[in-house]
Design a protein around this ligand. Structure first.
Ligand code: NAD
Length: 289
């Protein structure tokens, strides 16, 4: 096995993404010692019990001391406070990255907290499940998935290449993008679709004339997928919508315009509108695959 990419990695927050990173780093021999910290005592206890991290620490500062790479893997709304908590303990010259689903807000919250000489390279693996917590991670989560890096400082290019190798070693393909574009791309590919899934499940639940068990029993893949998505962690998704407000509202505005046009076509019996619309969307799908 070749030499690790980082001698010491600290994972702050020990949920789905951090635990999957731990198992993926171990699978590839990509890190020497991996330390971990989560805010809740119960999570730290679970992590110790299942062997998640080489050392689970009782403070974030203890976990990051001596780390070459620090990964912030907490909900987006907690990133700024966590950066403040670890700032004084960071090793000069280390790299801090994050895995948050929103990038502009995280950069605005984290960058001002970090001391000079620390490389901040925001990131976002486009991989997940509806499960959360320290026991939900697995080594294959990032295999053949994309990880987007959002470098903010051109002086960090050597460190960006190193972080890219880590993600590639964990099985991901890596692209770089600026924060604003990232947030718009994710609003259309992930954030708005999640909100629509939440809404559909809420609508089905409200419809008293159809029982929940009928909904599950008779649904084909479409609605089942909605319920799976709607089971995702409420804290994480609350933070995503509060922090990617502008891009999500832009996409939802466009979505409701198109939905109203389709609704009108159904009401007025405008089959041509429906046919043309569905023909266009089918061509888009065929062009993607
Ligand atoms: P998770 O709920 O599984 O884990 C979050 C962890 O952070 C928990 O261990 C929790 O105890 C800890 N935590 C919360 N607040 C904290 C604080 N203030 N200080 C220290 N620890 C704290 O969440 P996850 O799915 O691993 O998500 C983590 C990050 O990854 C989020 O920013 C999310 O946006 C991003 N992300 C999630 C997915 C996904 O599909 N789940 C995909 C890509 C990126």
């Amino acid at each position: 096995m070749s030499a690790p990419i980082y001698d010491r990695v600290a994972l702050i927050g020990l949920g789905l993404i951090a635990s999957s990173m731990f198992w993926a780093m171990k699978r590839g021999g990509l890190a020497g010692e991996v330390t971990g910290y989560a805010r809740s005592e119960a999570t730290r206890e679970t992590a110790r019990r299942i062997g998640l991290c080489d050392r689970v620490c009782d403070s974030a500062a203890e976990a990051v001391a001596d780390a070459d790479l620090v990964v912030l893997a907490v909900p987006v709304g907690a990133m700024g406070a966590v950066a403040r908590e670890i700032a004084a303990a960071l090793k000069p010259g280390c790299t801090v990255t994050d895995v948050g689903s929103v990038k502009k807000h995280v950069i605005d919250a984290v960058a001002p907290e970090l001391p000079e000489g620390v490389h901040f390279i925001p990131g976002h693996p486009l991989a997940g499940t509806e499960h959360s917590g320290p026991e939900s991670g697995f080594a294959e989560l990032f295999d053949n998935r994309w990880c987007l890096l959002v470098p903010v400082d051109c002086r960090s290019s050597g460190q960006v290449a190193r972080l890219r190798s880590l993600w590639e070693g964990m099985g991901a393909h890596v692209d770089e993008m600026d924060a604003e574009h990232h947030d718009l791309v994710l609003a259309v590919t992930s954030h708005a679709p999640h909100l629509i899934a939440y809404t559909m499940v809420g609508v089905a639940d409200d419809l008293r004339r159809v029982t929940d068990s009928e909904v599950i029993k008779y649904s084909a893949a479409g609605f089942r997928d909605f319920t799976r998505i709607a089971a995702s962690d409420p804290t994480m998704w609350r933070d995503v919508f509060l922090t990617n407000k502008d891009a999500t509202l832009e996409i939802l505005g466009r979505f409701t315009e198109e939905l109203f046009a389709l609704q009108r076509a159904i009401r007025t019996g405008d089959g041509q509108h429906l046919f043309d619309y569905f023909t266009r969307t089918r061509a888009i799908r065929r062009g993607i695959i």
